[in-house]
Design a protein around this ligand. Structure first.
Ligand code: APR
Length: 314
């Protein structure tokens, strides 16, 4: 990728942390931030630009004042959205965020027509599906950030149990990016040692539960959701695409027969490279995991059905 230019739409906690992380890694030549809230992109861009003084490589960080300024990006990360408030139902939130995503996506199509989109806004799998339908782009160019974060949360829980192997642990979570996500600690290795040889059934169960509650645990302490983990996970995906590293990362992608499903997005391991999703890797799932995957896909399909019921795609 020639420009190594990344647009980030939504410069809130997650978007700005992704920008900061990318700047500290020296992954991009240029990052442009946009936010609908006045001053947010500008203020964060200035702050991050000043931090780059101590980064390993220079990165140009700018704030866009209009969506048109987020132009000619190689990758656009979409984190725009609103959090759930008191009297909002899940359906209200879904429709509010879907409308935001629609307008933001139409801008991306206009101003960065060759970009790969990394979708982050929640509910993640449904928003990623919406972006596929709105753009009509080749499905390889739209990828949802889910397993990269949930997998890092699972690796953390494995480390907490063992007390060793930090940074040497696999991170495999499939399914939706919500309550029905499927952490697969039995499938990973610590160093090159199979987890199954190091952990008991009880410990595996606990790791699975804690991974699923990984986001909620942070909210319990902070009163707001996490952003370092999500920001770093986004940067990991952006780096794989910009560097064409063909990394295997669990991501929410549009399935076209893989795992037995079509016309739905869900988290599965994929190969990320300069063309976005270059391959969807097919694992053989155990019967129980297949059942869980079905439940997970159905929960995403319910969200998509809400969009359809509200004529979102008309
Ligand atoms: N265009 C651009 N930015 C927008 C728009 C829009 N149409 N609508 C909202 N935003 C901005 C908000 O002004 C806010 O700054 O999106 C930002 C969202 O940031 P936060 O509220 O801080 O939320 P954050 O914690 O960053 O999460 C962002 O990622 O993980 C998901 O569930 C999370 O959907 C949420 C998203």
């Amino acid at each position: 990728m020639t420009n190594r230019k990344v647009g980030i739409i939504g410069a809130g906690a997650v978007g700005a942390t992704a920008a900061y992380t990318l700047a500290m890694m020296g992954t991009c030549n240029e990052i442009v931030l946009f936010d609908i809230a006045e001053g947010v992109a500008e203020g964060k861009a200035i702050d991050i630009a000043q931090a780059t003084h101590y980064a390993p490589q220079p990165t140009i960080i700018t704030a866009a004042t209009t969506p048109a300024d987020v132009k000619d990006c190689d990758i656009v990360v979409i984190t725009a959205g609103v959090p759930r408030k008191g009297d909002m139902t899940r359906e209200d939130l879904l429709m509010i965020n879907a409308k935001i995503i629609k307008s933001v996506t139409q801008d991306v199509m206009k101003y960065s027509p060759n970009a790969i989109i990394v979708s982050v806004s929640n509910p993640l799998d449904v928003m990623t599906y919406a972006i596929h339908k709105i753009t009509g782009w080749d499905s390889s160019r739209i990828v949802g950030m889910a397993g990269a974060l949930d997998g890092s949360r699972m690796a953390y829980q494995i480390y907490k149990k063992l007390g060793y192997g930090a940074g040497q642990t696999g991170a495999l979570v499939i399914g939706d990016h919500g309550q029905n996500m499927i952490p697969l600690p039995h499938n990973v290795h610590i160093g090159d040692v199979p987890a199954a040889d190091l952990l008991t059934d009880e410990e595996f169960q606990d790791i699975i539960e804690r991974t699923k509650n990984g986001g909620a645990e942070i909210v319990k302490h902070l009163g707001t959701s996490g952003y370092y983990g999500p920001g770093r996970a986004i940067a990991h995906m952006v780096e794989a695409i910009l560097n064409d590293s063909k990394s295997v990362i669990s991501c929410s992608v549009l399935l076209n027969g893989e795992y037995g499903y079509s016309n739905v997005t869900a988290g599965v391991p994929v190969v990320l490279g300069k063309n976005g999703v270059e391959e969807i890797l097919q694992m053989t799932l155990a019967t129980k995991t297949r059942e869980k995957f079905k439940t997970s896909v159905e929960s995403i399909q319910e969200g998509i059905a809400i969009l359809e019921k509200n004529d979102f795609f008309q």
